[in-house]
Write a protein that binds this ligand. Structure first.
Ligand code: F0G
Length: 463
């Protein structure tokens, strides 16, 4: 092709208006929400980059699938379509639908973990960590050292530390019922994991007789990075790469709200017959019969179609490019962020940007509030509010103070991204005037969803 411009590989069939607000309106909305962006009304947000989870636009083929949903309680045709779509990609024997990713986690961990067990993972996402800790087990993050240094470049910064993995399996084998690898590594900056790393981790786990599971939420984006960056994969299709990734594991948990391109849904897939039976028993108790698992037949259809669309090359090229495009503008402007840009999101490095705000005053939280106040953009803190509170009630500042700007799939166009860049540059120019916040109310687990905050006397942004 002689042309360089990478376009959105779709045209728009239905539109949803978004609404500008005034700064005064946003100030009032923040106050009413206890300075917690999760507690805002979505209609008060202009560009919503809170999450890429369940917020994507479905295709016309998915909506057509919705109309074909078979709502039979047991043995629905839609389940078999869904199962076939999952098995084509994963080749895993048992496919158990769940209403979303964390239900798959709860069922898996509930069937497998005992108190004092350890689950090593490159980095647990918040709900995964919480579900491990809920079983009184330890969620152990062992990413490679580069992952802890936001501005350092590495093509596969999501890799699990193989040396530490081998060591912990040698020393603590009896406490480790499974190992997980999260692709892409969401809490670590949306960074990919290389095929070589998955393969080597699989060999280590097999030599100790421990199953390896993928947290596969963003498996298609991970496959694209392997195609772009790992030797030997340039000519492979994303489908073939995904199939190889899954060939090294014994199971996976999946939120179909990400690379399933659906608004709701997930699954647990695994090879072990006995464990699958225990999981299905738990599923019936809390989610539903094993051929729907808490989903409608039409959801299963939408996911079956979506899993394929997520592996489309034109889609993945546009998807990864649109995040990189914002990353390039910010890099040019000297705005500190996790490098290189992730697959589904940009992660601003608030520790560098707001070095004058101590961890106890939550710099990344303050930055996310400033982005909303100035430009109506909603992002999410991945820092000490999300991860600072320990299971024993003590407080340890998170390694990194990040603000994630997650891109919903197929929702925003390049002009939306240009607007976001403009707001970020504007806020960065005023960074010295941004102030920290105080937490005034907080629940004991997953506090970032509902905690309430107050700015200091001078407000969020001075002057
Ligand atoms: N694992 C990872 C890596 C995730 O990013 C998420 C969700 C889950 C598991 C849980 O899936 O939401 O379907 O229950 N992440 C969303 C996010 C919420 O904003 O990153 P779920």
């Amino acid at each position: 092709m002689p042309f360089k411009t990478i376009i959105e590989p779709f045209r728009i069939k239905a539109v949803e208006p978004i609404r500008h607000t005034t700064r005064a309106e946003r100030e009032a909305a923040l106050q009413a929400a206890g300075y917690n962006l999760f507690l805002l009304k979505a209609e008060d947000v202009l560009i919503d980059l809170l999450t890429d989870s369940g917020t994507g636009a479905m295709s016309s083929a998915q909506w057509a699938g919705v109309m074909q949903g078979d709502e039979s309680y047991a043995g629905a045709r839609s389940f078999y379509r869904f199962e076939a779509a999952v098995q084509e990609i994963t080749h895993l024997k048992h496919v158990i639908p769940t209403h979303q990713g964390r239900a798959a986690e709860r069922i898996l961990f509930g069937s497998l973990l005992k108190p004092d067990d350890i689950v090593p993972n490159n980095t647990h996402f918040d709900t995964t960590r919480a579900n491990v800790e809920y079983r009184h087990a330890q969620a152990l993050d062992i990413p490679i050292a580069e992952a802890r240094r936001p501005q350092e470049l590495h093509p596969f910064k999501g890799n699990i530390d193989l040396k530490v993995l081998a060591q912990i399996l040698t020393e603590q084998r009896e406490h480790i019922p499974l190992v997980m690898i999260t692709v892409t590594n969401n809490s670590g900056g949306g960074q990919p994991v290389s095929m070589a790393n998955i393969r080597a981790a699989s060999e280590i786990c097999r030599s100790h007789g421990v199953p390896l599971f993928l947290d596969a939420c963003r498996f298609a984006e991970n496959a694209w990075f392997i195609k772009m960056r790992e030797e030997g994969y340039a000519d492979a299709t994303p489908m073939a790469i995904a199939q190889e990734m899954f060939s090294y594991v014994d199971g996976c948990t999946m939120s179909a709200k990400k690379d399933g391109m659906a608004n709701i849904g997930g699954f647990l897939a695994l090879n072990d017959d006995d464990l699958a039976q225990r999981c299905k028993n738990m599923l019936i108790l809390t989610e539903g019969f094993p051929t729907y698992g808490g989903l409608a037949g039409y959801d299963l259809e939408a996911i079956a179609v979506g899993l394929h669309e997520a592996l489309d090359e034109d889609y993945l090229r546009y998807r990864i490019r649109s995040v990189a495009y914002l990353g390039e503008i910010l890099t040019r402007e000297g705005i500190p962020m996790v490098q290189p840009p992730g697959g589904h999101a940009i992660y601003l490095d608030a520790k560098s940007m707001l070095a004058h705000i101590p961890p106890g005053e939550f710099p990344a939280w303050a930055l996310s509030l400033a982005l909303y106040l100035e430009g109506g953009i909603r992002s999410v803190e991945i820092g000490s509010v999300m991860f600072g509170l320990q299971p024993d009630g003590s407080e340890i500042p998170a390694t990194n103070e990040l603000v994630r700007l997650a891109f919903p799939r197929r929702v925003y166009t390049q002009s939306h991204v240009d607007y976001v860049a403009e707001v970020l540059i504007h806020v960065n120019n005023r960074r010295d005037r941004i102030r920290g916040v105080r937490m005034v109310e907080s629940p004991p687990v997953l506090r970032h969803f509902t905690a309430r905050f107050e700015p200091g006397e001078d407000g969020l942004i001075v002057g």
